[in-house]
Write a protein that binds this ligand. Structure first.
Ligand SMILES: CC(C)(COP(=O)(O)OP(=O)(O)OC[C@H]1O[C@@H](n2cnc3c(N)ncnc32)[C@H](O)[C@@H]1OP(=O)(O)O)[C@@H](O)C(=O)NCCC(=O)NCCS
Length: 399
């Protein structure tokens, strides 16, 4: 099939039928040993999850302008709308309302499920779709003054779409595929930043950590319900921490774990971990403080998801981590012990703070640069990429 001229195509919010068609198409790549029915049921469950409800999850299709609702669309992708934090640095436009070093809650989005069916591949459709996506999520001040004439007229933006302060995606197709920006001739799209993981073999780490006796400590385990309370405390702690990062002139940004974002990590993989024996009931742990206060203290805290798809995957992936150097080995010992009890083979964490690396490595952890799930961001503020810094580039905000 020859490629259709890009000017005859545009980006549209998917109809219900197009959403189902888009999921049915991607089943071939991401079905992961499930039946098509199970795959569609998982996505239907996601539709009802807080992370997606109220138009937070949108499916977009690149389709012909003269038949936007056709099931014969070229390719598709999804955006998840979320909340994040931004702390403006010194290069922020002085006309903007955010003041230097003040932490502000912002709207932002995450891009997922970019998919072109095999018959349409290699014709520039996915790349064009990603270029157009900027035009429906970014604030107008961050877009070129004129929409490129070669692309026809700009895509229409549904009225409920908010302006994203930034967007993030996780590339499984290398570091350059998502460089496409909103301009015709500039590669100023998503930029890969720190796709770094530290990974432990559970059997080895368990052996090395076994001399650490933790049982007398006051650990709090979080189940499906109580972990929601933890995200709220974590959100407050992230705001506080961001406000205290020493000023470097850089603008800081992060996602927030609340509104279903962090919980989505284990919800998404439920169809696999329900088959584990014993079935996991805990999704996080914290060390209670010595103080008299009854308030939840997350100064030593880990949450996780379980990717249980043996024989290919059998991992506990830490989604959020907070610890000082001294308590980290105690926390790690608890997490590894939990993993061992569930016959998990590996524990992984993204972007371990450098202060914890030495301890991590002394208990068998290996730090690597991932060649998949490459964390990438597109900043829609006035600052240049080198003047912004992503805090908490961890698994909790993956999609
Ligand atoms: C990846 C995918 C979306 C590309 O779709 P497409 O419509 O064929 O992409 P385009 O034609 O717009 O390709 C744009 C560029 O990316 C390159 N590219 C395409 N697929 C690629 C891949 N898998 N890895 C790296 N680069 C790739 C193309 O060579 C092209 O480069 P060029 O402009 O220098 O020639 C499609 O192959 C697909 O759906 N794959 C399965 C699902 C998947 O992996 N999605 C991405 C998840 S992060």
């Amino acid at each position: 099939m020859t490629a259709v001229p890009l000017s005859s195509l545009s980006l549209f919010p998917g109809t219900r039928e197009q959403i189902i068609e888009s999921r049915t198409r991607s089943y071939a790549s991401w079905g992961r040993g499930t039946t098509l029915q199970e795959y569609l049921e998982r996505d239907a469950r996601t539709d009802n999850h807080e992370v997606s409800r109220n138009n937070k999850l949108m499916t977009w299709v690149l389709a012909r302008r003269d038949s936007p609702g056709s099931l014969d669309f070229m390719c598709s992708c999804e955006t998840y709308w979320r909340e994040g934090l931004v702390r403006a640095g010194s290069s922020t436009d002085p006309n903007l309302k955010n003041k230097e070093n003040e932490v502000e809650v912002v709207d932002c989005c995450a891009v997922a499920s970019v998919f072109t069916p095999a018959i349409n591949r290699g014709k520039g459709y996915a790349r064009h779709m990603m270029r157009l996506l900027h035009w429906v999520v970014a604030p107008s001040h961050s877009l070129p003054k004129e929409f490129p004439a070669a692309w026809g007229t700009p895509p229409q933006r549904p009225s409920f779409i908010k302006n994203a302060a930034f967007s993030v995606l996780y590339s499984d197709v290398g570091p350059t595929f998502y460089h496409a920006g909103p301009s015709y001739d500039k590669e100023d799209g998503w930029k890969v930043v720190n796709p770094v993981s530290t990974i432990w073999s559970v059997s080895k780490a368990h052996e090395l950590l076994s001399p650490i006796k933790n049982d007398a400590l006051n650990w709090k385990w979080f189940d499906e319900d109580s972990i929601n309370g933890a995200w709220k405390v974590d959100e407050a702690a992230m705001k506080e921490e961001m406000s205290k990062v020493p000023a470097s002139g850089k603008t800081l940004f992060s996602y927030l774990p609340t509104k279903g974002v962090a919980g989505f990590q284990h919800h998404r993989l439920q169809q696999f971990w329900v088959k584990m024996n014993p079935k996991p009931i805990y999704w996080g742990i914290s060390l209670a403080s010595d103080s008299e206060s009854t308030a939840l203290d997350l100064s030593t805290f880990a949450s996780w998801t379980l990717d249980f798809r043996p024989p290919t995957m059998n991992s506990l992936i830490i989604t959020r981590l907070r610890s000082n150097r001294e308590d980290f080995k105690k926390l790690l010992a608890q997490v590894v012990d939990f993993a061992k009890k569930h016959s998990i083979e590996e524990v992984e964490v993204w972007n371990l703070p450098s202060a914890l690396e030495e301890t991590a490595h002394s208990f068998g952890g290996k730090t690597i640069v991932r060649d998949e799930h490459l964390s990438s961001f597109k900043w829609y503020g006035h600052e240049k990429n080198e003047d912004v810094s992503w805090l908490y580039n961890e698994k909790f905000c993956w999609c």
